[in-house]
Design a protein around this ligand. Sequence first.
Ligand code: AMP
Length: 287
Amino acid sequence: MFVARTIGALQAALAPARSAGRTVGFCPTMGALHDGHLSLVRRSRAGNDVTVASVFVNPRQFGPTEDLDRYPRTEARDLEVLDGAGCDVVFVPTAAELYPDGFATTVTVEGPSEHLCGARRPGHFAGVATVVLKLFVLVRPTRAYFGMKDAQQYFVIDRMVRDLCLPVELVPCQTVREADGLAMSSRNGNLTADHRRQAPAIARGLQSAREAFAAGERAADTLVGAVTGALADCPGAEVDYVQVVSVPAMRPVAVAGDRALLACAVRFGAVRLIDNVMLEREEAACS
Ligand code: AMP
């Protein structure tokens, strides 16, 4: 695996693949890698000639009071597991490499950025869209892999790709979970042991909402209630939001249609976790 720390090194590493017309799969990450990230790498390997990952904790997507300083950084281990998963090239830039002095461009994707995390984290999705667009320009991937654990992020990037006619195919990938249902996240390691025991209630609540939806329930309040109900037994949980939104617009709805997203953000102490479940009538479900 080639480790590129500069834009120049990345271009040099990708030049042979480009001139040979090889397909390139790309998995952008913020590191502290777990099996959820590696599932993207494996999927990319299966569908492309060359797989590129990036590891970059993007300061522009963190608000001034958020956990940028506490975000886990495990670069040596990340490089090892990427190599083990068969990644060909990893881009590990510094902030100065991606945002040199005078950098003045921000990409704002309206619409799907407005609610859920967009409402709670002003500027977050502009930071995400800006770095992802820049990474797309640098890597020029054939396909890019995103986890549905961050479903709103996927729909924001999807909107940007459509609006700007970016020549990349987005591939949504299923959320990978721990055995007890908790969605894998780099932030899980920052949970206290007590909060780690409570946190799977999020997934249990989402699962019971999904079962209610499958049984015909469409009222957003009731679906949301399945999640808040599951969290009621968790003294450490502080709900940031639980909401049903339309897909792909990410607009809050009172009644779930045949395809909607139930998404939540829950704080356990200083750690904010997000998770979601797609609510789809079976015939409307895509593979
Ligand atoms: P992050 O490092 O958190 O920015 O995530 C990088 C990519 O990995 C994003 O596309 C995430 O949606 C994806 N990802 C993170 N956690 C998971 C998970 N548990 N399952 C699947 N994909 C994930």
